[in-house]
Design a protein around this ligand. Sequence first.
Ligand code: KPL
Length: 308
Amino acid sequence: MSETLHILGAGSLGLLWAARCADAGIDCRLILRTPQALRDWHSRHDQLLLEQQGCSQTLRVAAELAGDSQQPIHRLVIATKAWAVADALDSVAPRLQADSQLLLLQNGLGSQQAVRARLPSQRVLYASVTDGAWKREANHVVWAGIGQTLVGDPQQQPAPDWLALLGHAGIDWRWEPQIMPVLWLKLAVNCAINPISALHDCANGEVPERAGASFAPLLAELHALLASQDVALSLHQLRERILGVIQATAANSSSMRQDLTAHRRTEIDFILGHACRTARRVGLATPVLDALYRQLQNHLAELGLPQD
Ligand code: KPL
């Protein structure tokens, strides 16, 4: 239990987890991407600000570059965007051991499977995180919405003991013996909300109205896709789930809309791309989903952003 927890990725989620671990006195180290980011971190005296409901707390979090140390990494949380996982993994690969364990927090699907394929002898766990967080500055994270973290092993092995650290950090987490259906359902929710909110530049609450007549067939296609992945839920239940998320986050901007607003690369390939590719592989026709994917890719191209 005394092992260092390394957190790779200083986006909003990485900072949120680092702050909560530091607050609980857990030995954690943040792995930053560039020498400049590390210099900036040190110039702020290794301090991380965690803001919640207008109150800020200052915490000290040790940071390093992946290549600065040869110290083995035994417990690694990867908290980067899905498209950044491969490079992030390259940076730490020489420090991983045969018994290292990784916990992946990415949105969508595809990046997780790529890590597992690359590290067949290490234990790789997947998580679905629903906390809302955003960065005010490089060392200042705002915890905007308390969510839940479900963690599981796609190989359906029991939970490792070290995950108890998450509970010590006050992270509301639960072991989920069937993590793939959880991630598929989250992907379906993201497919129904994110592209429409990004294309129409609207809050989540406006998505059904903006989607108009295409919303019902979109949900039906997503339902067929989930069924092909053994996610047991009726179309009615899926619709209720998606509308529930829309209602609960009505005033929020989806992560994809936030990415577009900030002119950042989106996770389209791990959300719509993965959904459409899977549909093709299992022989499902998904014309509405495909059209949404194409429309969003065209929109990204017009904005000069990557289409993947
Ligand atoms: O997960 C989300 C996202 O924005 O990526 C939803 C559930 C749509 C909330 O905004």
